[in-house]
Design a protein around this ligand. Structure first.
Ligand code: PMP
Length: 302
C-alpha cells in the first residue's frame, strides 16, 4: 500500500461548506462531533462519461440518511447535485468516484450536539472499475464475517451512516488477513445480509435471489440490477435466505456503486461458478451506467 498517495495529500480542489477549497487545506478540528460520536453520513457515487450515475437517488439518500441521524443539511438537493459536479472539475477526467460527506462540527463536545454546525464536503477521485470482463468473471472470494448486521431498533440501519461501518471494517480486515477479498455478513436473525460495502445476489434454477433489505441499505445498484434482470425476463425473488441455503446456489455476485457487479466464486467453503446470469447482468449494468443522457431522459419520459 506504500505507493498509494494518501488521501489528504492529493492535488486539486474539493467542495467544502459551499466553496471549492484546495484539497490539502480541507481540514477539520480534532474535536469534531462526527469523529468522536459518529454523527456522520455519506454517499458513494460514480461518474461515467461525465455523468454521475443516479445522482438524484444518491442525493436523496444523503438527505434521508442525514434526517435519520437528526441532521438538517443546510443546502437544497439541487445545490448538492451541482456541487457534486463542481467537485469533479479539478480531476479533469470524465470518470470518477464522488464522495459527499455530512457531519456535525465542533460547537458542542458531548453526546448531545443539537447546536453543532452541520458541515458538508464533496470530494472526487479516480477509482477505475475492473474493465477486463474475463478477469472479473473469475470471481472474488468472500470470508464469512463473525459480525452481524444490527436490528433496525439497534441502529439507524437505513442510513448510510459512518458508525454502521465499524463492523464492516473489522470484517474486511479479518477477511483480508485470511486472504479473502471481502466478507459476507449475516444479520441479527442469522439470515444472509450483504457484504461489507455492497449488496449480494444469488442465482438458482435461472432465478435471481437476494435478501430483503430490511436491516441494511437497499442499494441503488441493487435496485438497478433488479430492474435490469426484469427487463431480461429473469425472475427475481427477494426473500429471507438461511445459511443452510448457501450450498444450493449456483452463481453469486455483489452489487454496489464501488463494486458495480462483481462475481463471487467462493463464500467460506461454498463454491460458485459465475455464469450466464451474472455475466449478463454485469454487462447490462456496465452498459446502463454509460448510457447517453438523452436515452436516459427519453426512457424516463416514456
Ligand atoms: N451495503 C453497504 C454496506 C454499502 O456500503 C453499499 C455501498 N453504498 C451498498 C450496500 C450498496 O449501495 P449502492 O448500490 O447504493 O452503492
Amino acid at each position: 500500500m506504500a505507493d498509494v498517495l494518501p488521501f489528504d495529500q492529493r492535488d486539486g480542489s474539493l467542495w467544502f461548506d459551499g466553496h471549492l477549497v484546495p484539497w490539502k487545506q480541507a481540514n477539520i478540528h480534532v474535536l469534531t462531533h462526527g469523529l468522536h460520536y459518529g454523527s456522520c453520513v455519506f454517499e458513494g457515487e460514480r461518474m461515467y462519461n461525465g455523468r454521475i450515475y443516479k445522482l438524484e437517488e444518491h442525493t436523496q439518500r444523503l438527505f434521508d440518511s442525514a434526517r435519520l441521524m437528526g441532521m438538517t443539511i443546510p443546502y437544497t438537493p439541487a445545490e448538492i447535485e451541482k456541487a457534486s459536479y463542481k467537485a469533479t472539475e479539478s480531476l479533469g477526467s470524465p470518470d470518477a468516484y464522488v464522495r459527499p460527506v455530512v457531519w456535525r462540527g465542533s460547537e458542542m463536545m458531548a453526546v448531545a450536539a443539537q447546536h453543532s454546525k452541520i458541515h458538508v464536503a464533496i470530494a472526487a477521485w479516480a477509482w477505475p472499475s475492473m474493465f477486463d470482463p474475463a478477469e472479473k468473471l473469475k470471481g472474488i472470494r468472500l470470508d464469512i464475517s463473525t459480525w452481524r448486521r444490527p436490528a433496525p431498533d439497534t441502529a439507524p440501519t437505513q442510513a448510510k451512516a459512518a458508525g454502521l461501518y465499524m463492523i464492516c471494517t473489522l470484517s474486511k480486515h479479518a477477511a483480508e488477513a485470511k486472504g479473502y477479498a471481502d466478507a459476507m455478513m449475516f444479520d441479527y436473525r442469522g439470515y444472509v445480509a450483504e457484504a461489507t460495502g455492497a449488496n449480494i445476489f444469488f442465482v438458482k434454477d435461472g432465478k435471481l435471489v437476494t435478501p430483503i433489505a430490511d436491516c441494511f441499505l437497499n442499494g441503488i445498484t441493487r435496485k438497478s440490477v433488479i430492474e435490469l434482470a426484469k427487463a431480461r425476463q429473469i425472475p427475481v425473488e427477494e426473500k429471507r435466505i438461511e445459511a443452510s441455503e448457501l450450498p444450493g446456489f449456483e452463481e453469486c455476485f455483489l452489487a454496489g456503486t464501488g463494486a458495480e457487479v462483481t462475481p463471487v466464486s467462493e463464500i467460506g467453503s461454498y463454491k460458485y461458478k459465475p455464469a450466464r446470469i451474472t455475466e449478463t447482468l454485469m454487462n447490462d449494468y456496465a452498459d446502463d451506467v454509460r448510457r447517453p443522457v438523452s436515452v436516459v431522459k427519453l426512457a424516463k419520459a416514456g
